[in-house]
Design a protein around this ligand. Structure first.
Ligand code: HEM
Ligand code: HEM
Length: 177
């Protein structure tokens, strides 16, 4: 059940929000710069860490959605305030795109096959199919960029609320008063 009596989100919701945002930034940076890492053990280690952190994001996301529906703070929509419905829809899109990142990441590991820390081998689904591997990586990369753009817009709106509208929306995601 949602708790709306407080003026801020609960600690768990705040930790999950900022933890996920940090993970996404690390994942995006590691994914974008993977090709620059020397081939061999170094690249295998970075890719393996990317995969493990991606799976951690998936677990955090599943828990976050569960917690949101089982006790996490939710603020009611005030229909008199402009754009609240759109803001809620934008948040739902962010959740969906995070889910898509995890789904396409897992699919990519399965399609291209992988070697985690030189310890675990994941066999490729169709080893000879280079086009499929290339397309799967492209799709994962495009969605990653879309998520980053969406997150930057979302952050800019939060800062605008804080600095211009001064309605305390950013503060309620920062700490328990
Ligand atoms: C928000 C989460 C994630 C972000 C932002 C992200 C970002 C990226 C980016 C930007 C790339 C490079 C794509 C390109 O060069 O076109 C990449 C590659 C990759 N990602 Fe992710 N990723 C995420 C989650 C995951 C997950 C959950 C997995 C697997 C469980 C995964 C597995 C991979 C693999 C295997 C590659 C390809 C590496 C290679 O080709 O050497 N990613 N990721
Ligand atoms: C990858 C980065 C990020 C993602 C994926 C993300 C995602 C989300 C999502 C899904 C929500 C809705 C929470 C809910 O009601 O269930 C949310 C809320 C919020 N986010 Fe982010 N966020 C990110 C980064 C940021 C940053 C950098 C800021 C601030 C500069 C920020 C500020 C906020 C605020 C203030 C709220 C509460 C909005 C409200 O109560 O109406 N977020 N975020």
């Amino acid at each position: 059940m949602a708790t709306n009596s407080s003026s801020t989100y609960d600690r768990k919701t705040i930790a999950l929000h900022w933890g996920s945002a940090a993970l996404i930034l690390i994942l995006w940076t590691a994914g974008e710069f993977l090709d620059v890492v020397p081939k061999g053990t170094s690249r295998i280690t970075v890719r393996s860490m990317h995969i493990c952190l991606g799976l951690a994001l998936g677990i955090a996301l599943a828990y976050r959605i569960w917690w949101r529906n089982h006790g996490g703070t939710r603020f009611p929509i005030d229909v008199r305030v402009r754009h609240q419905k759109q803001a809620q829809m934008a948040h739902q899109v962010l959740y969906a795109v995070m889910g898509l990142m995890v789904a396409t990441g897992v699919a990519l590991v399965w399609i291209r096959g992988d070697n985690l820390f030189n310890l675990v081998t994941v066999p490729a689904f169709d080893p000879g199919n280079k086009d499929l591997r290339h397309s799967a990586k492209e799709v994962h990369g495009w969605i990653a960029n879309a998520l980053m753009l969406g997150a930057m817009l979302h952050a800019a709106i939060a800062v605008w609320h804080h600095a211009i509208v001064k309605d305390g929306v950013l503060k309620r995601m920062l700490s328990r008063a």
